[in-house]
Every structure is written in C-alpha cells, then in structure tokens.
Write a protein that binds this ligand. Structure first.
Ligand code: MG
Length: 180
C-alpha cells in the first residue's frame, strides 16, 4: 500500500524543490504556498522513491496497522482464504520456522561467498542479499500471524520486552541515539 504522505511534508518538499520562478508563481497565485501541480509532482517523486527506502523510514509504517492488513489478507477469499484460527499455534510456529530455515539457507550461501567458495552458488551475492531480505520479511509476516493466533499484540510485546531488557542491563539511550 502506498504510504500516505502528510500534507505538511508534501508542502515542505514542494517548497524546497521550487525554482525561483515557481516561487514567484506561488507567491502570486497561491499565497506563497505550492500549488496543486507542485504538490502532485512531489507526491509522484516520493511514491517512486518510498518503496526503495528501508521500511522503518517509510512514513506510515505501523506494525499494529500492518497486523490488521496481514490478517485480513490471510483470511480474505481473494487472499489466502485461510482463517487465523484454522491453524494451531504449533502450525504457525512451523510456518515461521520454515521461513527462518529458508533465510538460513541463504545465509549458508553467503557464508560460501565470504569463504571464497561463491562458485558453488547458482546466484550472485547481490541476488542472495535480495533473497535474504525476502526471507527475513517472510519470517516477520508469519511471526506477526503467529502472535495474533496466540492473542498477543506483537507491537506491545516487543516494546515491553525490549524496555525490560534495557532496564535489566542498565542501558540508557545516549543523547541523539534512537529512543522510544
Ligand atoms: Mg520464503
């Protein structure tokens, strides 16, 4: 799903990219703000770039909202048509570990590259890195469904456990370091 760019971001980006002539036009006809044409141009650029950014940098990515989308696709007749509770926790666990196994197989092949044995791989290192991203994503998608099947809010569980471990080891985010 294309990320929804907040209007203030679109407007700021449009202003930053305007030529002096475009600014003059905006001053004359739009009260100094970018007109709809400029906003549409910027939106097109951002939408083209966004899929190539790491997911965490994509505006609007929200694990809880994704979970709703994930379950909906899982159960929809035009999705996988598979109700969440038709599988036991053990079934979801098996599926998740299956994806982790696929990622491990890629890791094995990347280890070959590291060890100078890349000639035994059918894929290039770049292709393997791309596949690794896919397999890790598959793991996360199944992990989310597994958590939902167990009645766990994954976003809350991750936050709680991460913070508890930080407290246990005495970790305090340094100024400027990422923090909740
Ligand atoms: Mg997979």
């Amino acid at each position: 799903m294309a990320p929804a760019w907040p209007p203030h971001i679109l407007e700021a980006a449009a202003l930053a990219l305007m030529t002096p002539m475009a600014r003059e036009h905006a001053d004359t006809f739009h009260g100094g703000r970018p007109g709809p044409g400029h906003i549409a141009d910027v939106r097109r650029v951002l939408e083209a770039v966004a899929p190539h950014l790491p997911a965490a940098r994509q505006p609007g990515f929200d694990l809880r909202a994704f979970g709703v989308e994930n379950r909906t696709r899982c159960e929809a007749p035009n999705g996988f048509g598979h109700r969440l509770h038709d599988w036991s926790l053990s079934d979801w666990m098996t599926a998740t570990l299956g994806e982790l196994g696929e990622a491990a197989n890629i890791a094995k092949k990347l280890n070959r590259v590291r060890d100078g044995l890349g000639r035994f791989n059918a894929e290039t290192e770049d292709a393997l890195c791309t596949k690794m991203a896919d397999e890790i994503a598959d793991c996360a998608i199944y992990l989310d469904l597994m958590a939902q099947a167990a009645g766990i809010d994954l976003a809350t569980a991750i936050r709680r456990k991460f913070d508890r471990t930080s407290a246990k080891i005495g970790y305090v985010a340094a100024p400027g370091a990422p923090a909740p």
